[in-house]
Design a protein around this ligand. Structure first.
Ligand code: SF4
Length: 418
């Protein structure tokens, strides 16, 4: 097949599948056949045949120590899965059988929804890789209780990968107590692999984990913005070389909606290359083979198929594409909190909260998740919330490598989230 033909096929695939969604694929499939099926049974059989023809998202081994393979694209299920069962079925159709949930997601309805699906489709459990997290656990008793709740909600006897710390920001959380708990949970066959997730002080957390021999996998924020951070890059390399599985999250790096000079230029550039801007950002992570999977929230078919299209497309971003993303990251960094909280915390009176406030504002402004943003903000201790507007953020702004207008953004967060 000529290169030109390949390019056209790829363009058609990325644009048609990515933009239109699976519904169109099925409709095209049945309309382009030798005629309309005469019976309802024939329609079902034909649809099933079409489904089985769907290409499958490529897989990678979890790590050099764990040869089990997972799809390079995984479902971030931080939404009400009880009301959205179809997305799980569609994920399976494309081979996206790695589902990431957490005890706290959507008030528990993410896990309950997975449980409902597994109850209705018991044969599926063995084919799905389920990940959950001990959200807001403050003791080993909490971790155990979260796990038991998750198992009950998901109607399963085991979780494939369990993050005993959800959103770790302090390496001191990697205690011997936690190691013993992880070993016990594995021995009881309640979990298969153990690790943690992190989106704050990621470099420090990863580096600490790379020195231990009991962390199987870590989910960390990783995208075209934070990959420019040498400290994080080195920590990623350390974990990878020690055989710790790595899963990327927040891969499209949506920050605050601050209009950057390059916004339109970047979209135009990637459309010329047959990608949407979002697909290009996802591909920049997918092509880093140190990560076994990129996890992203996909609560509708359009999101799923756009990301599946980017995952199936075998071309890699060129050096010049990566340079465009790097330039865009530099030009628009003032809208993105990179989670390097130890930097701003070192000069703030209430350490540990500013990067959280930035993230909650991002949920509000960029994810359109107003309720989640307000609920998360409300969990900041009342005394800290009441002090937020009285703090002088100049020293923190001077230290912030992203050049964030922290004071202004905190004020915006208080006005929208309080
Ligand atoms: S506000 Fe700046 S220094 Fe603080 S975590 Fe965010 S990017 Fe890092």
């Amino acid at each position: 097949m000529s290169e030109k033909r390949n390019k056209i096929d790829r363009r058609n695939f990325l644009k048609t599948v990515g933009a239109a969604g699976l519904g169109s694929v099925y409709i095209c499939g049945s309309a382009s056949g030798a005629g309309e099926p005469s019976k309802a049974g024939d329609v079902k059989k034909k649809a099933k045949k079409e489904e089985s023809k769907l290409p499958q998202v490529p897989t990678r081994p979890i790590s050099s120590k764990i040869s089990e393979r997972v799809p390079i694209l995984s479902l971030g299920a931080m939404f009400n899965v009880s009301q959205n069962q179809v997305i799980l079925r569609k994920c399976l159709d494309w081979g996206v059988n790695y589902w990431d949930t957490a005890n706290s997601y959507a008030g528990g309805t993410s896990e309950t929804g997975i449980g409902n699906f597994l109850e209705a489709n018991p044969d599926v459990r063995k084919d799905v890789f389920i990940v959950s997290k001990a959200s807001r656990a403050e003791s080993m008793e909490d971790v155990e209780a979260r796990l038991q709740t998750s198992l009950k909600r998901m109607k399963t006897s085991y979780i494939d990968l369990y993050y005993g710390v959800h959103a770790m920001n302090n390496p001191a959380d990697l205690t011997d107590e936690l190691r013993k708990w992880a070993e016990s949970a594995k021995k009881r066959k309640l979990i298969r692999y153990f690790g943690f997730s992190t989106h704050k002080n990621m470099a420090e957390c990863l580096l600490a984990a790379s020195k231990l021999d009991w962390i199987d996998a870590i989910m960390t924020t990783y995208n075209y913005r934070v990959m420019q951070d040498e400290k994080l890059e080195s920590a990623v390399e350390q974990c990878f070389s020690k055989g710790i599985g790595l899963i990327a999250m927040k891969v499209q790096a949506r920050g605050q909606k601050i209009e950057a000079k390059g916004d339109r230029a970047i979209a135009a550039k990637f459309l010329q290359s047959d990608y949407s801007e979002g697909q290009a950002k996802l591909k920049s992570v997918l092509q880093d083979e140190r990560f076994c999977s990129a996890c992203t929230k996909m609560q509708n078919i359009a999101m799923l198929t756009s990301n599946v299209a980017a995952s199936l497309d075998r071309t890699t971003l060129s050096r010049s594409d990566m340079d465009v993303l790097k330039g865009y990251a530099a030009g628009s960094c003032g809208g993105y909190c990179a989670g390097c909280a130890n930097i701003c915390d070192s000069v703030l009176p209430d350490a540990g909260y500013v990067s959280d406030v930035m993230r909650y504002l991002m949920y509000y402004n960029s994810y359109g998740e107003q309720e989640r943003a307000r609920a998360s903000f409300a969990r900041i201790p009342r005394a800290v919330r009441s002090r937020l507007l009285g703090v002088d953020y100049k020293a923190a702004e001077a230290k912030c490598p992203q050049g964030l207008a922290i004071g202004k953004l905190v004020a915006e967060a208080v006005s929208k989230l309080a």
